[in-house]
Design a protein around this ligand. Structure first.
Ligand code: AMP
Length: 397
């Protein structure tokens, strides 16, 4: 990693302005999953052990630049305090005289959390004045919010222009390490598995990975756009009509590279996405007009599993089917289980963020993977080979 990390800096007596991603799911003021808070504990503990005081900043939801009571970070501060078994003082704004007065008086070991950054339009607009006000809260900037690193927002790229050094926390360091291996030096054979609903959101990833991988396995809803582009009947399956030409071009490119891309050889079909809908397995070119593909079939599972288990590096982004419905989840579950097996044997299995990460957690396989990315859009853009503004903004090592 060519960027400074928290292991490169002396934090003794310093006020650290720490950007985290505490955009946790909430229902009626209660946090329903605190994974994102727990994920930052190693960075927080390291900074406190080193003698820093902390000013924690984050966004929550989409308040569109206005104060929305239900999107306050107050419950998150409470949960962090419970997890750390330490006092976390919550301040009712993230900028302003009173807030700055308090953050300037912090003593080593003290922690404050500021209110939702996105209550101010300056956050998303990357307003210079807003960044300058935020920067007053710290001596050193630490970013541990990988999930927002693809956004040029004030707290992501504005503050590090003002505060130096600006360094990566452990979460970001781990993301760059493992996603970086995939693009730079993956042990061979390297297999990518791309699924999910749409081809259009993953064109960049497919194109960037195709020359790098030994095999590219396709699953999920996007398979049907590929099938349709090849002139096959797909019944009522999901299809992106506007992506048919692109899908065809990617397929042709893959054929020119020796047929690296593999499409499902059979499909689980149902009448609807309803849990009670009867299902059956059909070959890929026998999808009935009145049914829709909801998961990969057994032969595909076996074919893909065999390919995965022969690999040394596997990356997955996107589920193999509608995994949220138990009956349609077997493909996603078994493919993830094979990846976990690979990782347990010492090889590399990395899962891209978003829905794929949700699937890994649902099947309790997160701890068995080499790495599960915390960023949906950020990990996609990284895998497209794009430079993430939030990473680029950090100080060079
Ligand atoms: P993405 O965000 O593009 O990775 O897409 C994830 C979503 O794709 C999940 O919510 C899945 O339910 C959905 N999905 C996967 N396979 C299918 C399918 N065969 N038909 C419809 N939706 C699907």
């Amino acid at each position: 990693m060519h960027k400074m990390t928290i292991d490169d800096v002396d934090f003794k007596g310093k006020r650290v302005l720490l950007r985290v991603d505490y955009n946790v799911p909430m229902e009626q003021g209660e946090i329903t999953d605190d994974t994102r808070i727990r994920a930052t504990l190693p960075t927080i503990k390291k900074l406190l052990n080193d003698g820093a005081s902390l000013v924690i900043i984050s966004h929550l939801g989409r308040p569109s630049g206005k104060v929305m009571k239900e999107l306050s970070l107050r419950p998150v501060a409470k949960r962090l305090a419970e997890l750390l078994e330490k006092n976390v003082e919550f301040l009712q704004n993230c900028v302003g005289k009173d807030i700055t007065k308090r953050t300037k008086s912090l003593k080593p070991g003290e922690i404050v959390m500021l209110e939702n950054l996105r209550f101010h339009p300056g956050e998303k607009a990357n307003d210079e004045n807003f960044s300058a006000q935020l920067a007053k809260h710290g001596d050193i900037y630490v970013n541990d919010a990988f999930a927002v690193c693809h956004r040029a927002h004030a707290s992501v790229v504005g503050i590090p222009k003002i505060l130096s050094p600006a360094c990566a926390g452990y979460l970001i360091e781990k993301e760059i390490k493992y996603l970086g291996i995939l693009l730079e030096d993956p042990p061979q054979p390297f297999i990518a598995i791309i699924g999910g609903a749409k081809v259009s959101t993953k064109i960049g990833v497919l194109e960037n990975l195709l020359p790098r991988v030994d095999k590219l396995l396709i699953g999920g809803g996007m398979s049907f756009t590929f099938f349709s582009s090849l002139g096959l009947e797909i019944g009522k399956s999901l299809v992106e009509k506007e992506a048919l030409t692109t899908a065809m071009k990617i397929w042709v490119k893959s054929e020119e590279k020796g047929g690296k891309m593999m499409l499902p050889v059979d499909v689980l079909v149902a009448e609807s996405l309803d849990e009670d809908s009867p299902v059956k397995t059909v070959e890929y070119d026998r999808i009935p007009k009145n049914l829709m593909g909801v998961d990969i079939g057994q032969s595909t599972i076996q074919l893909y599993q065999g390919t995965i288990l022969e690999a040394k590096t596997v990356f997955l982004n996107g589920p193999m089917g509608v995994f949220e419905v138990e009956k349609f989840s077997e493909g996603t579950k078994t493919i993830l289980e094979s990846m976990a097996e690979l990782a347990q044997g010492g090889d590399i299995a990395v899962v891209g963020g978003g829905d794929s990460a949700a699937a890994v957690h649902k099947f309790n396989l997160a701890d068995e993977m080499t790495h599960v990315s915390t960023g949906g859009g950020a990990s996609l853009e990284f895998m497209e080979g794009k430079e993430l503004p939030g990473i680029a903004a950090l100080s060079d090592a």
